[in-house]
Design a binder for this molecule. Structure first.
Ligand code: MRU
Length: 348
């Protein structure tokens, strides 16, 4: 299995996704600022992976805190992670989990700083392990939606690299493949950072899953020619009504899928659902630097003095979504009620 991130003897080790697929190199982060830098520069990316990196980064930062400073420094480190990427809610979910564990440990009678630091490492590791387990469960549920012989269109990278391992959307594809279904994957290149061309293509190729790379603008024509059976993507934040933020371009695919009467499936762990956002309008969209659009592999492609906009995500209204695949089961419409239900004990 691809080892996206791990806790390794007091350091956070991650595969450097900026170098893929040319080179498989690993980054060793020994200070929490290195982890922040890795998130900001997209050495690690993808909603669940960013959450795991933040949890491990917080544990790492806390390890270096001197005696008596734990309480103030812990919250300062959490705050620094919360300023990295605004859209993927898994980041804030992971920070909240680390805070809850910290507060639980600190409130214990005779709390020992060394034990609190160990507990934070344990919590970060749990978040990682639980994510892999959630992905496998998602795959187990979602594979029933994939028919033998299907061609699946996917966008960005929602694979092992974007998670603790195995993947959300690609996890469903992996599970259907492992089950022996014959399938083909159309991989959107995903401008401007090419997560599809670089990362999804790399994952599919490594595992011998039949796949073809397409540019983002080819999707509509391929659908019209009957070359696509369904669209399957991940998510960065799902509002309480099912509206879903994912990589820019997902909304266009959703509208195209509706026009061509194709199902659109979203695969995401329940940690991606944000109850506080009632609709997609309340989801903050990250605006990244314009150089990512104006240049290609470091070479400027637009005239000097020209500007670009670069929203990293868009929101797909829930009316375009056929089903949301989670580790707790497949959610169908009406999403609002069913999302509330899965958070009740013993749901689905
Ligand atoms: O900007 P990125 O590469 O972090 O965006 C990633 C995506 O949009 C993924 O589709 C999403 O995080 C789901 S990952 C399981």
């Amino acid at each position: 299995m691809i080892q996206t991130i791990s806790w390794n003897e007091g350091a956070v080790v991650m595969i450097d996704q900026r170098a893929l697929p040319r080179e498989e190199r690993y980054l060793t982060c020994r200070a929490y600022q290195d982890v922040i830098d890795a998130i900001n520069t997209m050495a690690i990316r993808g909603a669940p992976a960013v959450g795991i990196a933040a949890a491990m980064g917080i544990a790492l930062g806390t390890l270096a805190v001197s005696k008596g400073q734990l309480e103030t420094d812990f919250y300062r480190i959490c705050e620094a992670f919360s300023r990295t990427r605004p859209t993927a809610v898994n980041l804030f979910w992971a920070i909240d989990r680390m805070k809850a564990r910290f507060e639980g440990e600190m409130s214990a009678p005779h709390a020992d700083e060394g034990d609190v630091k160990e507990a934070l490492i344990d919590e970060a590791r749990r978040i990682h392990e639980e994510d892999i387990e959630a992905n496998r469960r998602m795959g187990g549920h979602g594979r029933s939606l994939i028919r033998d012989g299907d061609t699946i269109l996917t966008h960005c990278n929602a694979g092992a690299l974007a998670t603790g391992g195995y993947g959300t959307a690609l996890g469903v594809i992996r599970a259907a493949h492992e089950e022996g279904k014959k399938l083909h994957v159309l991989v959107d290149e995903t401008r401007p950072l090419l997560q599809g061309a670089r990362l999804t293509a790399w994952e599919m190729h490594r595992e011998g899953i039949s796949a073809t790379l397409i540019t983002d603008s080819m999707a509509g024509s391929l659908m019209r020619r009957g070359k696509v059976n369904c669209v399957l993507v991940g998510a960065d934040r799902i509002a309480a009504n099912g509206d879903t933020a994912n990589k820019i371009g997902t909304y266009s695919l959703a509208v195209l899928a509706r026009e061509h009467k194709l199902p659109l499936y979203v695969a995401a762990p329940v940690s991606t659902i944000d109850h506080r956002a009632r609709t997609g309008r309340e989801i903050p969209i990250e605006e990244r630097g314009e150089d990512e659009v104006l240049a290609f592999h470091g070479t400027r492609i637009a005239p000097q003095g020209f500007h670009a906009c670069n929203p990293a995500f868009d929101v797909t209204p829930s009316k375009y979504i056929t089903a949301i695949i989670t580790e707790k089961g497949i959610i169908t419409k009406p999403f609002g009620r069913k999302i509330r239900e899965i958070f009740r004990p013993h749901a689905i």
